[in-house]
Design a protein around this ligand. Structure first.
Ligand code: KG4
Ligand code: ZN
Length: 363
């Protein structure tokens, strides 16, 4: 089974071809960074137009690199939400057009499901597993029971983790995109110089909060004399303090979640991280320690599979097409793209028998 994946929900235009045997035949990501940089963030209108300008040629290249023609494909999967709706429309309309012209199944993929299943493309990973999904728009802990079977254990009550990285980078004058810039600066900073809060640390439940931390970074930056100017030592120290605080919060929440997961499913993890923030090496190391303490494995997809890409969308297409509603059957061509689309609203592609096999002992 060979699936073409298309990703256009934010500022990356991406196309990939993936097989059911977990081969990545091609995986192309065209970043729009330079187009958005002057604005310090993603401009939806610019993103949509850029997807439109580049997607057709990118798909042609992805097929050429895979050595395939449209006729060799078994399905077309595209991110159908959540995301910036103009861009999502471009990807979905393109996928539907190819599917209709070639009489292939069309698969409307939830972008978050793409992240959630991404580790199964590169690892031998069975259901159920505990997932920390940390991206620019989301910060959630989920029990993944099967394809389409997501139980949310906790979520952020305000900002997403990636959003906090991006805003911190902006405050510190580290430029855009924020996550990698903060990680680079933090590597040369002293995490102990500034005392920053750890929102939700030790709290009941499994929710997150990051807006107070971001505000504390802003106050600390404002109090500096002389003020912050790009890559100064103060900026590096604040970046390191911020990243350490995020690390403490994620570690605390994941520690609790691993306990809950073990109680619910009768096994220690594994803990899987996904989403752009999971590309951060410091955070991966922190989570590795937490998992090891709980006797659980940490599975983190390679960084290129953590940030937005089309291989994970194609893979989610593989996972859905081989299960169904009926194996080989896609989504209707009138499927409407969705700006908002929570994971828990997804229909399980999993046969009921397989749901039972995940063995959760408590509801
Ligand atoms: O998954 P993703 O590529 O797009 C969304 O679905 O949101 O995640 C993008 C987010 C951005 O906020 C970016 O700053 C963050 O992931 N990110 C990082 C790193 N690389 C990307 N955050 C921390 N450290 C990184 N190395
Ligand atoms: Zn994403």
């Amino acid at each position: 089974m060979r699936i073409l994946g298309i990703e256009t929900s934010c500022d990356e235009t991406a196309a990939a071809v993936v097989t059911a045997e977990r081969q990545i035949l091609s995986n192309l990501v065209l970043s729009q960074l330079d187009e958005h940089r002057p604005f310090g963030g993603v401009v939806p209108e610019i993103a949509a137009r850029s997807h439109l300008d580049h997607l057709d040629a990118l798909i042609a290249r992805a097929l050429a690199e895979a050595g395939l023609d449209f006729g060799d494909l078994d399905g077309i999967a595209a991110t159908a939400g959540p995301g910036l709706i103009g861009g999502v429309f471009v990807g979905v309309m393109t996928a539907k057009a190819i599917a209709a012209a070639r009489k292939l199944p069309f698969l409307a993929i939830n972008h978050l499901e793409g992240h959630a299943l991404s580790a199964r493309l590169t690892e031998d990973l069975a259901f159920p597993y505990l997932l920390l999904l940390v991206s620019g728009g989301h910060c959630q802990l989920l029990a993944v029971e099967g394809v389409g079977g997501y139980r949310r254990l906790g979520t952020t009550v305000d900002d997403a983790a990636g959003e906090a990285f991006d805003k911190t980078a902006k405050i510190l004058g580290l430029g855009y995109p924020g996550g990698p810039a903060v990680e680079r600066a933090a590597a040369e900073g002293d995490p102990g110089r500034f005392r920053l809060p750890r929102p939700m640390l030790g709290r009941e439940g499994l929710d997150f909060s990051f807006s107070g931390l971001k505000t504390a970074v802003r106050h600390a930056a404002a109090e500096l004399d002389p003020g912050l100017e790009g890559e100064t030592q103060a900026a590096k120290d604040l970046a390191a303090g911020f990243q350490a605080a995020v690390g403490d919060v994620l570690a605390d929440r994941c520690r609790r979640a691993l306990g809950r997961f073990a109680a619910d499913y009768g096994r220690p993890g594994p803990l899987v991280v996904a989403g752009g923030v999971a590309a951060n090496r410091y955070l991966r190391a922190r989570l590795g320690e937490v998992a090891a303490e709980a006797g659980a494995a940490l599975l983190a997809p390679p960084p290129w599979l953590c940030t937005d890409n089309a291989a994970m969308i194609a893979w989610a297409g593989v996972e859905r097409l081989r299960l169904g509603p009926e194996p080989g059957l896609g989504d209707p061509l009138d499927f409407a793209p969705r700006p908002r689309w929570p994971l828990e609203q997804l229909s399980p592609a999993l046969p009921q028998a397989a749901v039972a096999e995940t063995g959760r002992t408590k509801p």
